[in-house]
Design a protein around this ligand. Structure first.
Ligand SMILES: C[S@@+](CC[C@H](N)C(=O)[O-])C[C@H]1O[C@@H](n2cnc3c(N)ncnc32)[C@H](O)[C@@H]1O
Length: 299
């Protein structure tokens, strides 16, 4: 335990140090029938690279077992992964050296202690990282990313989707009703499903950003609080900081509620994987997705 970390960050560090091997297996996808969220998020970042004119250097924050960094290095692009869980970084380093990926580098440490090279990066990605930091730390991270990216650089974020609480019809839904936020979420879901252009969402007043929480309904990862955001909340937060959101995509789409998914996992996997192939161009799927990807540009 490190005294400088918050309770949430200490639990996160403990969890990922203990579960590094399991994460590496999940990233590879143990079974073709499952939904590989890690792969879906990584594919989104690789697609951003394909769409950019040029990418020379990528920084992946909370890189875990380094699968994205290695995939980027395989394309001849230098990539640096930062993660504070030593066991995750060890697997990432072994993976890179076993595959002779000299363009892949890893740093073990907190991103908040990382000496970010000013305006040095073309892309900064952070998949599944934001949920493990407070809102205050998220703001600090966005400032850091703004400093680190070149003009026109891309920030690519993978977030848990708070809008999904409306349709999961479980404890998360009851919590939103009790907090009085369900209507705001519903209003945003309607706006997203019906918007023709992302710019239309600039006029939306999203639900208030999450305050500090001590605990939450657990979903398999043993960390007391994992923050969730709606696309609208992130778009607004980013705009305040001088970013322009250019694309959103749903990740891990649900046709059946999580309760039924437990009963019939393969039904969920088949439907979810089928719909994922429509995700890049169809924001109508957003409210039914437990995560989403966002691409913002430093203007
Ligand atoms: C859910 S995992 C995601 C890993 C990887 N990005 C992926 O998609 O497979 C989150 C990672 O963030 C790392 N992390 C959390 N807080 C961090 C911090 N302050 N600095 C660096 N890494 C952090 C954790 O150790 C963990 O490996």
């Amino acid at each position: 335990m490190n005294a400088q970390y918050s309770k949430q960050q200490t639990e996160t560090l403990d969890y990922f140090r203990k579960h590094a091997r399991g994460w590496a297996t999940a990233a590879k996808g143990s079974s073709r029938e499952e939904v590989n969220v890690i792969q879906q998020r990584n594919d989104y970042v690789l697609n951003v690279i394909r769409q950019r004119k040029e990418t020379r250097l990528l920084l992946d924050v909370g890189c875990g077992t380094g699968d994205l960094v290695c995939a980027v290095a395989r394309q001849g692009i230098s990539a640096i992964g930062v993660d504070f869980a030593q066991e995750m970084v060890q697997i990432a380093q072994d993976n890179a050296s076993n595959n002779r990926l000299e363009l892949a580098q890893f740093v073990c440490g907190s991103i908040f202690d990382y000496d970010i090279q000013s305006a040095g990066y073309d892309i900064i990605s952070a998949n599944g990282f934001m949920e493990y930091i407070s809102l205050e730390q998220l703001r600090e991270f966005l400032d850091l990313a703004l400093r680190g990216l070149k003009q026109g650089g891309s920030l690519v974020l993978g977030s848990r989707n708070k809008l999904f609480n409306l349709f999961s019809l479980n404890d998360f839904t009851s919590t939103e009703i009790a907090a009085g936020t369900a209507q705001d979420l519903l209003r945003e879901a309607i706006a997203i499903v019906n918007c023709r252009d992302l710019a239309e969402l600039d006029f939306l007043e999203p639900a208030a950003l999450p305050g500090h929480m001590d605990s939450q309904t657990q979903t398999g990862i043993d960390v007391s609080v994992r923050y969730q955001y709606t696309p609208g909340q992130l778009i607004h937060l980013l705009r305040e900081k001088g970013w322009r959101t250019v694309h959103l995509a749903p990740i891990h789409i649900h046709v059946v509620v999580p309760k039924l998914k437990k009963k019939y996992p393969s039904l969920h996997y088949d439907l979810s994987n089928l719909l994922q192939s429509f995700a890049m161009e169809n924001m109508e799927l957003m409210p039914f997705s437990s995560s989403f990807m966002l691409h913002a540009v430093k203007v």
